[in-house]
Write a new protein. Structure first.
Length: 603
């Protein structure tokens, strides 16, 4: 029996199960196992981050297609434009691919810091939009002027009145430089929903209040700069799980836009709805995270703005979005090898039965041997009762460590066999799964590669990349290799993960974590000095075969230490070893990354 791991819920047909593997649903449809093994043969071990540029293009194309469809369907007279917020993923292999695959869409970039602005200035094609959000000083505002001097189509979004004052100062100091367009971010009463809801509402970090908005308008008017006021911007939060908060925010923002337009903001032509378009991370039907489709999202945005424009007697504005998660999440897959199954100690071969065993141990052994479907529940209850008694006997000193070990192994075997025989889905059996959870040690760092899981308990779809023709029976908890108890993905009774019972000393077993392309890399931390995993771009040729490009290996130990301001040469000088062979081996180790390279064996 195949477990599909909810692939029809979260994969958006990007990945499919084919025979016993999960495959990329593009061109020649290679399996993730084939791609992984190709990289392993090249010497790349540890976790691997696979990038798929065709999925970036698919998301951008889908976004434009749906909005342009809605524009045509509702006879909307404004245009649709979009930018990618660099805070979601600034890694060059992603940004370069993004720019390459989006050229036909006039797609741009959004920057929220000086460094991000430099990326935008050097990567955005001339004519494609750049928006600049976040808090800004005079130097950053001057950089915006410089970008316009280079020929860029840039809009600087005002987050506070002080920024507008700085824009006016820079303009007066550089009268010959062309000015950027100006946007005003508004602080709405409406807010989003979920973890990131605080991005909107009156207590949000960004945006102008109604009073500040009027003051900003008057300041622009006094300085003859209303011709630069081009955009109204709002954002109510990332990963919007429901559509209603957006509809409420659109009505509020649309009326503010219309009021400014009718007040005399003659150049005002664009309404930026920010980001927030959600991604479905759920792997179980009862755990789905979003209640709308992109089709509904686009329809609601276009229809509501059209209605407001009609009622207020204004031209329909261009519609901007800054959705990053929707564009980036699906393009990256983390592949991580399983190093150890910790509960494999609880196997028959680990028993240390004596010639003469304590009566309860002998009875447990008999229960296990005689267990069948008819007596499974009764024998299971007897085994659990015996276990409690044996632990008490151990505490009192009446049985030894071998007896305790035998008791643990036999009870685990009885529970496991009973769960296979009894499949009634009772609460009792579900709770027993916790007693026999298999702990899988996985060669990755949750802090580095799944930052939102560690920080926010955001779920990411995960599954093995092969053996999908076999039933996975082990209730699984995942442990990463950091020295931190928070580096764990626990088994959840209401959203269970089952994996295969494999001998990792004889065969490799890989897990894939999906939808990791948004935020996880840029938020990842070098906890325990585990660094960004080896990354590779997977592209396809005209014949449909995959090719591996832009391989960047995980940083070696010395380079990571240098990032923390350790002197590499000083470290090497202090690592004195007595002979040449050891010095050579140490040199090799220092030039490897910190991820584990061999299957661990518990001795």
């Amino acid at each position: 029996m195949t477990r599909d791991y909810g692939i029809k819920i979260w994969a958006d047909d990007n990945f499919i199960i084919k025979n016993n593997t999960i495959n990329v649903n593009h061109k020649g449809q290679p399996s993730l196992l084939e791609i992984t093994q190709t990289l392993r043969k090249k010497g790349y071990t540890g976790p691997l981050l696979l990038r798929f540029p065709h999925l970036i293009k698919k998301q951008i194309s889908t976004l434009y297609k749906e909005f342009n469809r809605a524009i045509e369907e509702f006879d909307y007279h404004g245009k649709f434009q979009a930018v990618f917020p660099l805070k979601v993923n600034q890694f060059p292999n992603f940004v370069n691919a993004l720019i390459e695959v989006s050229q036909e869409f006039n797609y741009g970039l959004e920057a929220g810091s000086k460094a991000e602005l430099i990326i935008a200035m050097t990567h955005t094609p001339l004519g494609s939009p750049i928006t600049v959000n976040g808090f800004k000083d005079k130097e950053m505002i001057t950089l915006c002027f410089m970008a316009v001097s280079m020929g860029h189509n840039l809009t600087i979004t005002i987050e506070g009145l002080g920024e507008l004052q700085s824009i006016i100062e820079v303009q007066k100091e550089n009268l010959t430089m062309p000015m950027p367009k100006i946007g005003m971010r508004i602080r709405l009463h409406s807010s989003g929903i979920g973890i990131w809801a605080k991005s909107g509402g009156y207590s949000s970090k960004f945006g102008l209040t109604s009073t500040e908005l009027l003051e900003a308008y008057e300041l622009l008017e006094r300085n003859n700069l209303l011709e630069q006021l081009w955009m109204v911007h709002f954002h109510i939060g990332s990963q919007m799980s429901e559509i209603n908060p957006l509809k409420k925010a659109l009505r509020e923002a649309g009326n503010i836009y219309a009021d400014l337009k009718n007040r005399g903001a003659f150049a005002l032509s664009a309404l930026n709805i920010g980001g927030g378009l959600a991604v479905e991370y759920g792997q179980h039907s009862h755990k789905k995270e979003i209640n709308y489709t992109l089709n509904e999202f686009a329809n609601d945005v276009v229809f509501l703005i059209k209605e407001i424009a009609k009622n207020k007697g204004i031209e329909e504005p261009d519609i901007f979005t800054e959705s990053g998660r929707f564009i980036a999440a699906s393009h990256a897959v983390l592949i991580a090898p399983v190093l150890e199954l910790f509960s494999q100690d609880y196997q028959e071969k680990a028993l240390r039965l004596k010639t003469k065993n304590p009566p309860l141990i002998a009875e447990l052994h008999a229960l296990w041997q005689d267990l069948n479907r008819k007596n499974a529940r009764e024998y299971l209850h007897d085994a659990l009762d015996h276990m409690e008694s044996l632990l008490t006997l151990f505490d009192l000193g009446y049985i030894d460590l071998e007896d305790r070990s035998n008791a643990e192994i036999l009870v685990n075997l009885i529970i496991k066999k009973s769960l296979l025989l009894l499949s009634d889905g009772s609460q009792e059996l579900l709770k027993l799964q916790n007693k026999i959870q298999e702990r899988y040690l996985v060669n990755f760092s949750a802090f580095q590669s799944l930052a939102d899981f560690w920080g926010l308990k955001q779920h990411f779809p995960l599954m093995p990349i092969d053996k999908l023709d076999k039933k996975a029976t082990n209730p699984a908890t995942l442990w990463d290799i950091t020295c931190d108890s928070d580096g764990e993905i626990p088994f959840e009774e209401d959203a269970p993960l089952y994996l295969h019972d494999v001998n990792v000393h004889e065969e490799e077993y890989f897990l894939a974590f999906f939808l990791t392309g948004a935020y996880q890399e840029v938020l990842g931390m070098k906890h325990n000095l585990f660094t960004h995993p080896t990354e590779v771009t997977v592209e396809f040729d005209e014949q449909g075969a995959f090719k591996l490009t832009n391989i960047i290996e995980a940083q070696n130990i010395l380079d990571v230490l240098e990032d923390f301001n350790y002197d590499k040469e000083l470290l090497k000088s202090r690592l004195n070893l007595p002979n040449e062979a050891l010095r050579h081996k140490l040199k090799l180790y220092l030039n490897e990354n910190s991820y584990l390279k061999t299957v661990l064996a518990l001795n």
